[in-house]
Structures are given as C-alpha cells and as structure tokens.
Ligand binder design. Structure first.
Ligand code: ATP
Ligand code: MG
Length: 256
C-alpha cells in the first residue's frame, strides 16, 4: 500500500482507495469494483462526506429490522470485503446476522478467498461457498446458499446491483442497501436505502445495535413502522442539491 500521511486532508478517502486497489491486487475485488468505488466517491462529495440525519434514521430502521429478523443475512461482495471486512464481521457478531459471499464476477476460488479474508478479519461462519440455490436471474449473482440469502427474511446488500435487489424484493424479503447513489436502481428499489459511505454506515450501525439491543420487540417494530424510504431518498437528493447550490453561491456565481 502507498504510505498516506495521517494529516493529509483527504486521508480517509485515500485510504479507502488504497484498500480497493489492494483488494484487486490480492484477487478479492474485481477491476469493475474500482469503477463502482469511483462512482461512490463522486456521490460522497455531493452528500458532504458525512452521515446525514436521514441516513442515520435509515441506519436505525435497518438495525431494528435486522434485530427483529428470523434469518438476517449480510451479503458481502468484492468491494465490501476489501473495504470493511472487520466492520462486516463486527456487525454480524453484534446483531446475530450471518455473512454470505455473493459475487457478480463469481468463481469458486474468489468466493473462498473472500471467505478466508473475512475469517482473518474476525468473522465466524461465512456462507456463500455452497451456492446450492439460484435466484431467477441470468448472471452469477443468482447463485446463493439455501440456508442463507435464499431463505432469509431480511437481507443487507451494500453496494448491490439493481437486478438482484429487485429480485430479492420480489421474493418478499426486506432488502436494506447502503448506496451513495440515491438514483441507482438498487437505491430506488430497496425497502431501506442508506445513502451513506459503507465505512461510516457500518460503524454507525454497530453502535446503534449496541444502543438498541435491549429494546423490546414492540419498540423496535415502532421504529420499523415509522420509517419511510421515499422521504429518505428525497432527503438525500435535496441535501445534494443544497450542497451544490451552496457551493455555487460561495463562488458568487449565478446561472449563465
Ligand atoms: P444499479 O445496478 O443499482 O443501478 P450501478 O450499476 O451504478 O447501480 P453497481 O456497480 O451495481 O452500481 O453497485 C455499486 C453501487 O455502490 C453504486 O451505486 C455506487 O455509487 C455505490 N458505492 C460505491 N462505493 C461505495 C461506498 N464506499 N459506499 C457506499 N456506496 C458505494
Ligand atoms: Mg448495476
């Protein structure tokens, strides 16, 4: 990894980039994952590189759903495995959800490399190696474990592809995504859309779980019932619009 000085003004962002490049180098992240990361970074500038109030509300609703679930699964892909393996392991541990590797550019070797990588970062059991069921999709993200995503009632799919998100929603599952692009098909299709960087979102969700774990089921259900995903998405879009407008006004520009 390139040595990034801690006092660099864009330290967090540069470290994230290095992690993704390292993921490609060690064979857990696909090259296409680099493009997805770039797309995410662009939207992160627009949201202000911080967790908005509405994203925090979505993160709490996501945690409430996971805590209420019978079989909650956290889907791991090449980007999340490279960026946040320890946070995924910690979220699974604190919520009782299980991790499952699910890849668009799938090979058995890559699946097992990611499983080993997650275990090296503190995960217990990681599903995804069996691939004994198929969703009705024409690409490899269709391959899932029967005891995992196939039978899950709640699925967290960070940085997900739109097709599979739609399929999981059609199957009646509660689908939670973390996606910085509020206009992606995934963001618009999921039941809960967290418009936040996966690095910030998972840290928050781990803390929220610790805070909420002792709440009874009725109060968790209230959090679930009062959540409105349309409001969350429109808040993210308005926040980006506002940030862009403020920046333009700082420059003293008017439209030409
Ligand atoms: P869709 O298939 O949902 O229309 P897409 O094809 O643009 O979206 P994918 O490559 O399928 O995107 O999924 C990656 C998504 O993850 C993108 O929307 C991207 O903005 C987002 N993303 C990338 N890096 C991060 C990150 N670090 N945190 C949160 N979201 C991210
Ligand atoms: Mg896609």
């Amino acid at each position: 990894m390139t040595d990034i000085p801690k006092d660099h003004p864009r330290y967090e962002s540069l470290i994230t980039r290095e992690r993704i490049v390292e993921g490609v180098n060690i064979g857990i992240t696909s090259k296409q994952g680099l493009v997805a990361q770039g797309r995410g970074e662009a939207f992160d500038y627009m949201i202000g590189e911080k967790t908005t109030k509405s994203a925090a509300i979505a993160e709490r609703a996501a945690v409430a759903n996971i805590l209420l679930a019978d079989n909650a699964i956290i889907s791991v892909n090449g980007n999340t495995a490279a960026l946040v393996p320890d946070l995924m392991a910690a979220l699974a541990d604190v919520t009782g959800a299980r991790l499952e590797v699910n890849l668009f550019h799938r090979s058995d070797a890559r699946v097992h490399k990611i499983i080993d990588h997650l275990k090296a970062h503190g995960s217990g059991v990681v599903l995804g190696g069996k691939g004994d069921k198929r969703l009705d999709l024409s690409h490899d993200r269709a391959i899932v474990d029967e005891e995992g995503i196939f039978s899950a009632d709640v699925v967290l799919v960070p940085l997900e592809d739109g097709d599979r998100c739609q399929k999981l929603v059609e199957m009646g599952k509660t689908v939670i995504t973390i996606d910085l692009n509020p206009l992606s098909r995934t963001a618009l299709t999921a039941n809960i859309t967290i418009v936040d960087n996966v690095t910030r979102a998972l840290k928050n969700m781990i803390q929220f779980t610790k805070d909420m774990k002792t709440q009874n089921r009725d109060s968790l259900q209230e959090i679930v019932d009062s959540f409105n995903n349309d409001v969350t998405i429109s808040d993210a879009l308005y926040t980006m619009q506002e940030n862009l407008k403020n920046k333009a006004e700082e420059k003293g520009l008017t439209c030409v």
